[in-house]
Design a protein around this ligand. Structure first.
Ligand code: SAH
Length: 217
């Protein structure tokens, strides 16, 4: 029995499908992942609302629509190896875990990583590996990746991440100032792996990436 099922269905219909997200796998997974488990207990009644929410350590769980938009942009068909920078609550991680083969997620703040791990285990997301550190460098031992997602904003495209993209791989990353950014999708060509195509997915607002490809604290 899941008393939040109705709220979840409404979230997907009114916030996501209504805004032209059409990937059936993304819609289905977002209808099943219990977002309320990833927010603070005091905010549980807002878990399915149309906005980001604080998760402690001055970080936020992203707005459901943004999660859907970024996930759709990764074009997952199943079987992918994914790198995620900014585990945060673990909500985006759980969605990726259900859509792909393996997820490697890096979080700077150890307490958030530990909290996310617990919820992911509870949801049987055993195909997720979490590492604490600066995700700017990517995860070299596990590269290359079919898809890379960064859920913290960078001042420029993080080059180590581009390097760890497999031929045909997609990278979704918010780039701009600390206050406001543009969401970019980069795709490495299959035929000519040196070629990278860049697409603008619109404006967004993320918390800052802190580290080598980001800002200082
Ligand atoms: N997808 C997450 C978003 C969390 S906010 C969610 O929906 O819950 C972004 C996260 O990126 C924060 O938890 C922050 O601590 C983390 N972060 C910031 N800079 C980072 C870096 N250099 N490496 C790894 N994680 C980083």
């Amino acid at each position: 029995m899941d008393r939040y099922k109705k709220q979840r269905t409404r979230m997907v219909e009114t916030q996501i499908r209504a805004r032209s997200i059409s990937d059936a796998h993304v819609l289905k997974v977002m209808e099943t992942i219990p977002r309320h488990l990833f927010v603070d207990e005091g905010l549980i009644d807002q878990a399915y609302s149309d906005n980001p929410l604080p998760i402690g350590e001055k970080q936020t769980i992203s707005q459901p629509y943004i999660v859907a938009l970024m996930t759709q942009a990764l074009e997952l068909k199943g079987g992918e190896r994914i790198l995620e920078i900014g585990t945060g609550s673990g909500y985006q991680t759980a969605i990726l875990a259900k859509l792909a083969d393996r997820v490697f997620s890096i979080e700077r703040v150890a307490t958030l990583a530990t909290r996310a791990r617990k919820i992911l285990d509870r949801l049987n997301c055993y195909n997720v590996a979490i590492r604490v550190g600066d995700g700017s460098y990517g995860w070299k031992e596990e590269a290359p990746f079919d898809a890379i997602i960064t859920t913290a904003a960078a001042p420029r495209i993080p080059q180590y991440l581009v390097e760890q993209l497999a031929p045909g791989g997609r990278l979704v990353v918010p780039v701009g100032s600390r206050e406001v950014q543009t969401l970019y999708k980069l795709a490495r060509s299959v035929e000519n792996p040196a070629e990278i195509k860049k697409e603008d997915l619109g404006g967004c607002r993320f918390v800052s990436l802190i580290g080598e490809s980001g800002w200082k604290e």
